[in-house]
Ligand binder design. Sequence first.
Ligand SMILES: [Zn+2]
Ligand SMILES: [Zn+2]
Length: 66
Amino acid sequence: MNNTFRDCPGCGSYREFVQLHAEPERCPDVPSGRCPEWFCTACGSSLLLDLVPALGSRHGHTREAA
Ligand SMILES: [Zn+2]
Ligand SMILES: [Zn+2]
């Protein structure tokens, strides 16, 4: 199971987060299939984490070709 450590808004401290689904890569909730939902193992607070690695995405600057 995947896990990560983040600041939990519920606990107010650094906690271990795990994903809800057994197969987080195949989440039915999002088009990409990568579930963004994580849960604190201590208090159960959910957190949406975008852990998708940078896949050579655009840099946000669009330039009009003349
Ligand atoms: Zn917590
Ligand atoms: Zn999901």
